[in-house]
Write a protein that binds this ligand. Structure first.
Ligand SMILES: [Cu+2]
Length: 444
């Protein structure tokens, strides 16, 4: 028997404004509204969020059971909510490029959908920032969605949902003169280190962490001093080979579910491994019952992570007939002081090609990244299997919806075209998608 039912849930969020009136009929209500997030008493950030909190509310749904979600847009601009990792029709998935209607300022829309598949999903805005580093995913519109399935859950005593985010961005010129966002403030669940509630645990507990990187642009590395993580799911999907690792790496929009056995009583820091990011606030205190004193941090020597270790050891099986779709990612330097323009197969959105998929066929995206940046690419409305990263071995069983395609390298992912409708594919870095790194697959 699992202890899930009795487990305590910690999904602390930083409240920033009182909630407005909620619609009584819908199963869930989201209100999009401006608010001020207090990341610390010295860091008050004007943003837009769901239900006056960052991250938004934890929504918990049952796999396959229809829900209604009332979304009230009390922000001054048209909005849209994307249900990241779900298999939804294009009209409700939450991307205007797929044909989802925008919610005008002042309007309320009631969405109705069947959440699938089970696992750790999330929801967030899907607008363009248009160069404003407070808007779109630079802001506070993100929240956790847990779709509970019928399969036995990972046994645990306690669980926490954690969102990593970066704020107060500005563009800084790189060595080559191109501009990239840098951030003054980094948070876990809307708070800088020391200003949120500690994660309170007890010795001997198995704690299940659901970590989301909701950063607009940054990859994050997370360690918990004195402890290791047993990674059980990536992007909400159980991995074939759970592995115990010293640190987690999450690109923008990636999720990791990991078990930690609480066997080192004390007060510890869990946070970004890179010193400058932890110093900007990205850390949280983990406190054992009865322990006291200053939180301890142990600095790891290097950054370590690879996808391959979680894939099936037996990669011999083929996957039948597969059509290959080559995709080349590149950028065009637009001159000193400009952001780069991003291209897929030589074209920027909306000029990118719209390949036609045939329902029932399998496709392999053969991605070649010739640029100098890593790209966390995301396919809407489907999951894919990561089949190869870089020049590595053929992989099996690693189901995700975001994969980092390393700079000057390659990745291959495979998916079954089984959700007819317009399907967006894009880099999840807000600055890259805003500068052309998007394309739409359509079904024939
Ligand atoms: Cu990118």
């Amino acid at each position: 028997m699992t202890r899930r039912r009795f487990a305590q849930i910690g999904a602390m969020a930083a409240a920033c404004v009182a909630m407005g009136g909620a619609s009584a009929e819908a199963d869930f209500t989201l209100e999009i509204a401006p608010c001020v997030l207090e990341a610390s008493p010295k860091h008050r950030i004007r943003t837009v969020a769901y239900n006056g909190q960052v991250p938004g509310p934890l929504l918990r749904m049952k796999e396959g059971r229809e829900v209604t979600v009332a979304v009230k847009n009390s922000s001054p601009e048209a909005e849209v909510v994307h249900w990241h990792g779900l298999f939804l029709p294009s009209e409700v998935d939450g991307a205007m490029e797929e044909g989802t209607p925008m919610i005008p300022s002042g309007a309320t829309t009631t969405l109705r959908f069947r959440p699938e598949p089970a696992g750790f999903r999330w929801f967030h805005t899907h607008t363009s920032a248009g160069g404003d580093l407070r808007k779109a995913q630079y802001g506070g519109q993100h929240g956790f969605l847990m779709v509970d399935g019928s399969e036995s859950a990972v046994a645990h005593d306690r669980e926490f949902f954690l969102a990593l985010h970066d704020w107060e961005g500005s563009l800084l010129g790189g060595d080559d003169g191109s501009m990239n966002p840098v951030y003054e403030v980094s948070t876990i669940n809307g708070k800088m280190m020391g200003f949120g509630e500690p994660l309170r645990v007890k010795q001997g507990e198995r704690v299940l962490l659901h970590v989301l990187n909701s950063s607009p642009t940054e990859v994050h590395w997370i360690a918990l001093a004195g402890h290791r993580f047993q990674v059980v799911a990536l992007d909400g999907n159980a991995v074939p080979r759970p592995q115990t690792v010293d640190m987690l790496r999450l690109g923008p929009a990636e999720r990791v579910c990991a078990l930690v056995t609480m066997d080192a009583p004390g007060v510890w820091v869990m946070g970004e491994v890179r010193r400058h990011v932890q110093a900007a606030g990205m850390a949280v205190v983990v406190e054992y019952a009865g322990a006291s004193g200053q939180p301890r941090w142990i600095q790891p020597d290097d950054l370590r992570w690879n996808y391959d270790q979680f894939a099936s050891a037996d990669a011999s099986g083929g996957s039948g007939e597969v059509e290959r779709i080559p995709l080349v990612f590149d950028s065009k330097f637009k001159g000193h002081g400009s952001e780069e323009m991003w291209m897929i197969n030589g074209k920027s959105y909306p000029e990118t090609a719209e390949p036609a998929l045939v329902a029932g066929r399998r496709y392999r995206l053969m991605m070649k990244n010739v640029s100098m940046d890593d790209h966390p690419v995301h396919l809407h409305r489907h999951s894919f299997e990561v089949r190869r990263v870089g020049g590595g071995a053929e992989l099996q069983g690693l189901k995700k919806d975001v994969v980092i395609v390393p700079a000057k390298s390659t990745a291959e992912v495979e998916f079954l075209a089984n959700h007819p409708g317009r399907t967006l594919f894009h880099c999840h870095q807000q600055d890259h998608m805003d500068k052309g790194f998007m394309m739409v697959f359509r079904y024939a």
